[in-house]
Design a protein around this ligand. Sequence first.
Ligand SMILES: Nc1ncnc2c1ncn2[C@@H]1O[C@H](COP(=O)(O)OP(=O)(O)O)[C@@H](O)[C@H]1O
Ligand SMILES: [Mg+2]
Length: 241
Amino acid sequence: MRMFEAENVHSFYGGAHVLQGVELHVPEGTLVALLGRNGVGKTSFIRSVAGMAPPVVRAGSVRYRGQELLGKPSYQIASLGIGLVPQGRHIFRSLTVVENLIMAARGSRSGDQPAGAPWNLNRVWAVFPRLAERQRNRGSDLSGGEQQMLAIARALMTNPSLLLMDEPSEGLAPVIVQQLRDQMLMLKEDGLSMLLVEQQLGLALAVADDVYILDKGTVVYHGSPGELRSSPDIMHRYLGV
Ligand SMILES: Nc1ncnc2c1ncn2[C@@H]1O[C@H](COP(=O)(O)OP(=O)(O)O)[C@@H](O)[C@H]1O
Ligand SMILES: [Mg+2]
């Protein structure tokens, strides 16, 4: 049984057919990157599988450990063990780092057995030392990089088995992106499965086991990072690099 498998997903914003039969799967314990230019439907895919409307999913199947996710509300999908780091962070700006993390932990009711040790504040501090230093600061006082790490840590506090991340590197300085890369590799080492939406090809190729490229709402490429690296024509055509 595949851990996470999307088949023939069709999604719409009103009459706009934004996802046109997307197919993608995440084998257990791997990090899969979903790449593509702006506006090709990456966020729409994440929202579709996480049970967030819009867009409206009109056809297809998304299975997690054999269970159909389409049609389930987002809280139920989260409680199955799927964590989400949405594009644009969305932490609570008026709450402190600790408060943001504790709120997420309260909300967790993970039904399945998560990978690795359970998440608590001490484990978050070990993976994100900067958050430990900033634990009494409010979200609004954090830098962009710190906010992104808090957004990831908050999702981890729900003890997910699969983590969906939508452009976590957006707007971050290169040195922070490097930290993020190391943290993702650490999480993978720990057995966490991840689906990473990225614009930064370098980051994606450094952490992913498998790469998909989306263009105009369909998957136009699937291969290993090594295969993609040796396909400059593909990278040029679909990623503009
Ligand atoms: N709420 C919305 N209503 C209508 N169209 C939308 C909405 N959100 C995104 N779109 C459109 O859907 C397409 C895919 O967007 P999106 O999934 O955000 O792309 P990506 O994340 O790859 O940049 C774009 O053409 C975008 O303009
Ligand atoms: Mg997006």
